[in-house]
Write a protein that binds this ligand. Structure first.
Ligand SMILES: [Zn+2]
Length: 107
């Protein structure tokens, strides 16, 4: 399999996966030297099952960037907010880790 990001060939490896700081185990994935990791379909199913078992289901949600005035807004799923005990008015620190990842820290 070729990496869809950089077109290098990827290697099949066992990769650890965790949700909300809880380790779910190691799963088969295609890994590229550029850092991209793609879990196989079988692994994705196993990850979903494990996450459900541990009550960590629904942490990953697809969303879209919204728009409000001059700012872009991103909705935080209720499950994630509950897990992090986030409340309205809470202070956060937002910083981009790279061009594809955003870190939001509660301060
Ligand atoms: Zn790559």
């Amino acid at each position: 399999m070729k990496c869809p990001v950089c077109d290098e060939s990827m290697e099949r490896k066992m990769v650890p996966y965790s949700v909300g700081g809880v380790k779910l185990g190691v799963f088969e994935a295609d890994v590229c030297s550029c850092g991209e990791v793609f879990f196989t379909e079988k692994s994705s199913d196993a990850i979903d099952r494990k996450a459900k078992e541990k009550g960590l289901w629904g942490f990953e949600k697809k969303g879209k960037v919204g728009y409000s005035g001059n700012s872009l807004i991103v909705r935080i799923p209720k499950k994630v907010a509950d897990f992090m005990q986030l409340k309205k008015g809470e202070g956060i620190l937002i910083r981009p880790e790279d061009k594809k990842r955003l870190i939001i820290e509660v301060v």
